[in-house]
Write a protein that binds this ligand. Structure first.
Ligand code: ATP
Ligand code: MG
Length: 401
C-alpha cells in the first residue's frame, strides 16, 4: 500500500488572477469539500498558491478520481510530507520508488527548492536523492528525458513534499466563481457540451428544458435529466427547469406560417428562458448552437431569434466542427445518452423546409397577430424544477452554489 498522506493541488490559470485570487481559492476549497464529502476523514488546507487534501487514512486513488472533475485544478500529485531533512527526504523518495517501481524502469529526480535557506540547492538535491535511490534499488536506471517515474521533491518554507506523479486536473475556474447562467439543454449532442465548457469557465449553470408531452415522451425527459446528472459531476448538482411547451408549439403550428414556425419556436424558447433567468438571478443564457449546423443556426436565423433579448448569450460551440464537439461529448461521457433515439420537441414540429434566411420584420409581423403573453406566462408558471445530484446518497441535495 502506498502511504501517501496528502494530495497536493496546483491551481494553474486562476493563480494568474491576482485580484480575485482569494475569492477563487475560497470557492475552490468549498467545491473540493463538497465533491469529497463522502470521505469523512479528509481535511483541506488552502494556501495562497497550493491546496493540500490531507488524507488521514482515506484512499488516495479514490480521492484523486473525484478530484479529476473539479474545475480550477491545474494538476495534482499524491505526496508525502517530510521534515526538511535530507535523510527524511531520501527515505520518503525511496519509499515511493519502492512502491511504484517495476524492474527495468527508469526515473529522474526533479527537485525544487523554494526555501533558499535549505542546505541543498535543487541540483544537489537531485544528486543526493538520485544516488540514494540508485544504491538501494535493484534494476533501475536514470533517464532525464523520458523517465518512467518522475520523482518530484519540493522543499518549501514549512516542509518538504515528495511525489511520484503529476496528474492533470480539469483546468478552468472553480464552478460558481463566475456567476450564474441558464443552459438551454435539449437531448442533443451539443447543448451538454456547451454546458460543460461554460461550467469550466467557472459559471454555475442551471438547465432549462422544453418538453412537449404527449409528443415527447417521459423517456425524452429522463434523457435530459441523465445529461444533467453528467454535468452535475462537475458541480455536485444541477437544477433543471422543465418547461411545458406543448400549448405554445400547437399554437405556433396554428398561427404562424410553416416556413417561420421554427424561428417562432426558438424565439418563444428564448423569451421563456430569459424569464426564468430573471427569477433565478442569472446573468446569461448558454446554448449549443454551432454556426451553419442546421436551419436555426444560420447567421440570419440567429439574428432573427436573438432579437427577443439583450441578455448575453454564450455559445461555446459557435465556431466548432461537429467532430470536435463529438470528441468532447465522448470525453465527458454524454455522447451515449445524447444518442438515445427519443424525439425532442423541436424535431417533431420542425417543418420539412424551415427558412434558413428568416427576416426579422416578417417574424415580428407574424407574431404580432396573436397575443402570446398569457401562453408564455402559463409556461413559466407551470415550470417544474428538479434538482439533479450526481450523488444518489440521501440528504445530499444541499444547494452548493
Ligand atoms: P443540440 O445537439 O444541443 O440539441 P442541435 O444541433 O440539435 O443542438 P438545435 O436543435 O437547433 O441544434 O438547437 C439549438 C440549441 O437550442 C440547442 O443547442 C439548445 O441549446 C437549444 N434547444 C433546442 N431544443 C431545446 C429544448 N427542447 N429545450 C431546451 N433547449 C433547447
Ligand atoms: Mg437538438
Amino acid at each position: 500500500m502506498m502511504n501517501y498522506d496528502r494530495i497536493l493541488i496546483r491551481y494553474g490559470e486562476m493563480s494568474l488572477k491576482g485580484r480575485n485570487r482569494k475569492h477563487f481559492v475560497t470557492k475552490l476549497k468549498k467545491n473540493i469539500k463538497f465533491i469529497l464529502q463522502d470521505f469523512t476523514k479528509i481535511k483541506i488546507e488552502a494556501d495562497w498558491d497550493r491546496m493540500y487534501v490531507l488524507l488521514n487514512g482515506e484512499e488516495a486513488e479514490l480521492v484523486m478520481t473525484a478530484l479529476k472533475k473539479v474545475f480550477g485544478i491545474q494538476s495534482f500529485s499524491p505526496a508525502i510530507k517530510t521534515e526538511k531533512d535530507i535523510d527524511a527526504i531520501r527515505s520518503a523518495a525511496l519509499h515511493i520508488i519502492d512502491q511504484a517501481h517495476i524492474p527495468g524502469n527508469t526515473f529522474k529526480v526533479s527537485a525544487r527548492r523554494s526555501d533558499k535557506k535549505f542546505e541543498y540547492n535543487s541540483n544537489a538535491l537531485n544528486h543526493a536523492v538520485g544516488a540514494h535511490i540508485l544504491i538501494n534499488t535493484e534494476d533501475i536506471r536514470v533517464d532525464v528525458k523520458k523517465p518512467d517515474i518522475n520523482l518530484i521533491v519540493e522543499v518549501r518554507e514549512e516542509a518538504a513534499y515528495i511525489s511520484g506523479q503529476v496528474i492533470q486536473g480539469a483546468g478552468g475556474f472553480p464552478v460558481g466563481s463566475s456567476g450564474k447562467a441558464m443552459l438551454m439543454l435539449s437531448g442533443g449532442i451539443d447543448s451538454p457540451v456547451a454546458g460543460y465548457l461554460t461550467m469550466k469557465r467557472g459559471v454555475n449553470v442551471e438547465a432549462v428544458h422544453f418538453h412537449s408531452p404527449p409528443f415527447t415522451s417521459e423517456r425524452a425527459k429522463q434523457k435530459v435529466l441523465d445529461l444533467a446528472e453528467k454535468l452535475g459531476q462537475y458541480s455536485g448538482s444541477v437544477k433543471v427547469h422543465i418547461v411545458p411547451f406543448t400549448a405554445i408549439q400547437e399554437t405556433i403550428h396554428k398561427e404562424i406560417p410553416e416556413a417561420y414556425s421554427m424561428t417562432a419556436t426558438r424565439r418563444m424558447m428564448l423569451r421563456i428562458t430569459d424569464e426564468i433567468r430573471k427569477s433565478r438571478e442569472g446573468l446569461a443564457i448558454v446554448t449549443g448552437e454551432s454556426l451553419g449546423q442546421v436551419a436555426s443556426q444560420t447567421m440570419d436565423s440567429m439574428y432573427a431569434i436573438n432579437d427577443v433579448t439583450s441578455t448575453p448569450i454564450i455559445r461555446p460551440l459557435i465556431t466548432m466542427d461537429k467532430l470536435d464537439i463529438i470528441k468532447i461529448a465522448e470525453d465527458i461521457d454524454t455522447m451515449e445518452i445524447s444518442n438515445r433515439p427519443y424525439e425532442d420537441c423541436c424535431t417533431i414540429f420542425t417543418p420539412p423546409a424551415p427558412k434558413t434566411r428568416p427576416k426579422l420584420d416578417k417574424i415580428i409581423m407574424f407574431e404580432s397577430k396573436f397575443d402570446w403573453t398569457s401562453l408564455l406566462n402559463e409556461a413559466v408558471d407551470q415550470t417544474e424544477t428538479v434538482m439533479v445530484s450526481c450523488r444518489n446518497k440521501k440528504g445530499s441535495e444541499e444547494d452548493l452554489f
